[in-house]
Design a binder for this molecule. Sequence first.
Ligand SMILES: Cc1ncc(C[n+]2csc(CCO)c2C)c(N)n1
Length: 228
Amino acid sequence: MNFSDQLRQEAAPIFDAIMEHPFVRGIANGDVPKEALIHYVKQDFEYLTTFCRIYGLAISKCENREDMIFFRDQISFVLNDEIHPHNNFCEVAGVSYEDLQKAALAPTAHHYTRHMLQAATTGSLGETLAALAPCPWTYWEIGRNLMNEINPTTDHPFYDWITFYGDKDVSLITETFKQKIDACAEAAGPAERSRMMEHFLISTQLEHQFWTMAFEQEKWPVPEGVLK
Ligand SMILES: Cc1ncc(C[n+]2csc(CCO)c2C)c(N)n1
């Protein structure tokens, strides 16, 4: 079995729980509380900024130009294309995107970005890829499953969001991540492969927790100063 298939198999209960998450069910039903959408976009804007920085760290580990081009293209995807699903949430919530930028990271977004940064600063390219992969992989599966389940029409409130992540672009990104992870895993020893597995499982758990963070509008226990 490919290493990427082993990752998916170990993470199966977490992927299943993400599909059942009330925020994701709310996207399917066209009914997510406005406050949850706003909290999500505020946190995700900051999360994606960090994601681009981590792609920069990944580029510094590449040994060939093909890998560099992939990460360069992903930076463009995050900066230019992921604006569309954010705009969809802002329109449904009735708020302006600009007003949601420059938020302090909530505990879970802080935890998740620091987990990926740690993998990218102290680990190999394989460890970095394993920590980043649940991001496109879980969203691709949510998009694909919702396309199959509800096949939304343009009058669905989250039509843009679902069709964006259920599209072949995100499928291709996920497939490329899997191929690169498999190539790294083949060259890695057991200790590195075990770290790749751990990074992948933790990031998948944090994908679930990110939905909960937004749904419950998670804050720091004492939201003071820059942490408000
Ligand atoms: C918490 C969180 N997880 C995943 C995504 C989706 N996503 C982010 S970057 C990317 C492409 C990778 O190059 C994809 C699919 C998100 N927006 N927020």
